[in-house]
Design a protein. Structure first.
Ligand SMILES: [Zn+2]
Length: 418
């Protein structure tokens, strides 16, 4: 029976969310905001105090640490737990005041600093699972920052557990906290060699028991249309306007399918994200998404064909189609190492939960890490209504996430044979 200290975890989480660590998509510095390092420094100090080894933080705001192995077995792979210190730019993270609602009754919670912010069971069905238990919200003016300080707190509390329970056997475990995940740069300056782990887990997911081992595969596509230019006063039967062709291409896209607004679950889509141009030349940029690489290729083919048949109606106009790879479904990597997700599922079950396998209609740091050589599914922490003033989290879910980490450490040790 693994008993995670509930009071300590609650206190730890509430303390971390009060540190403003919002990242900034407009910034070109790294980390994108200096204040993210405020939390990194706190984590650095606490990890040292707990007695972890190789504790370090750097100018980019990453924190690395080692829980040393305490097993005699020699071939236990080094595993790593990862979460991000920054909070989303979508909603203020300044002066977060976490509120602990003990024994949540199921009644509406009016957030005190803005009475229009009301957390209702009717809108957030998952609250039902936390009646009679403790939940934490912000106070109305800010997000809570459970995304991803719950992951940070859970990893820290699990580290504390490993350090104070030497009878729990495990191999070498690495910890890494990253900045700037919310602006897509969390892995930009990560030192994979220094990290030195074979397999990893991000703690950055929702409902208790959920595990995400699949993300979108993503490409960009640009359709560049060349018109025929002439002086507009003398352009009769000569001028072909690229901007108008771009409009016609967009008009030719299907109306009831194949777009973000008409797809869900495992369906892919193409999505125009920008249009730039002058009469002579216009560029329409798309994002293309699917769960398989072959699906992506089919979307490109279809888009190219639709655009090509439109452009063919304009004499003298030409088109280029350019595609760029953005990221790939982590499942393609994880399937080569099936034990990584299987052990996570087993750890979740040992914590008394049912495993919910989920696919992310987006990318994660885990998908990038997987392709950087660290197969890395994502595990729940309990975070809900993320990136909003109504963000909340149940303390019991964080406890279960910490328990899952401890079980994972033990499972990797058990499965090693020498
Ligand atoms: Zn996150």
């Amino acid at each position: 029976m693994i008993e995670i200290n509930k009071e300590a975890l609650t206190e730890r989480f509430m303390r971390y969310v009060m540190v403003d660590t919002q990242s900034d998509p407009e910034s070109n510095s790294f980390p994108t905001t200096e204040k993210q390092k405020d939390l990194s420094r706190i984590l650095f100090e606490e990890l040292k105090q707990m007695g972890l080894q190789d504790v370090e933080t750097n100018e980019f705001g990453y924190v690395y640490a080692t829980i040393p192995a305490n097993s005699d077995k020699k071939n236990i792979p080094v595993i790593c737990f990862c979460s991000h210190v920054d909070t989303a730019p979508d909603c203020s993270g300044t002066n977060v005041k976490p509120l602990l609602h003990k024994n949540y009754t199921g009644a509406d919670i009016v957030l005190p600093d803005d009475a229009t912010q009301v957390l209702r069971k009717a809108d957030s069905a998952y609250l039902e699972n936390h009646i009679g238990a403790d939940i934490i919200t912000a106070s109305g003016n800010t997000l809570l920052g459970a995304d991803d300080k719950s992951g940070v707190a859970v990893i820290m509390q699990a580290a504390q557990y490993f350090m104070s329970n030497p009878s729990v056997k495990h191999g070498k475990i690495r910890i890494v906290f990253t900045p700037d995940e919310e602006v897509g740069k969390g892995t930009a300056k990560i030192d994979m060699k220094k990290l030195g782990a074979e397999f990893g887990y991000t703690l950055d997911g929702g409902e208790a028991g959920s595990m995400e081992d699949e993300t979108f595969s993503a490409d960009g596509a640009s359709i560049i249309i060349h018109g025929v230019i002439a002086h507009p006063g003398y352009a009769k039967d000569k001028l072909v306007n690229a901007i108008k062709i771009a409009g016609a291409v967009l008009e030719a896209l299907p109306k009831n399918e194949w777009s973000p607004e008409t797809t869900e679950k495992r369906q892919g889509f193409v999505h125009p994200v920008s249009i730039n141009g002058i009469a002579e030349k216009a560029t329409v940029s798309f994002i293309v998404r699917d769960f398989t690489t072959s699906g992506l290729a089919a979307h490109h083919e279809r888009l190219k064909k639709i655009a090509g048949s439109v452009v063919a109606n304009y004499k003298g106009a030409t088109m280029e189609y350019v595609q760029q790879e953005q990221y790939r479904n982590m499942k393609e990597v994880l399937d080569q190492h099936p034990q990584v997700a299987a052990y996570a599922a087993e750890a979740i079950e040992r914590s008394g939960l049912k495993v919910k396998n989920e696919s992310i209609r987006g990318g994660t740091d885990g998908s990038r890490l997987s392709y950087m050589g660290l197969p890395c599914p994502n595990i729940f922490t309990g975070m809900q209504n993320i990136h909003s003033k109504l963000e909340w989290i149940g303390v019991n879910d964080m406890l279960k996430a910490a328990e899952t980490i401890v079980h994972l450490g033990m499972i990797w040790e058990e499965k090693a044979n020498i």
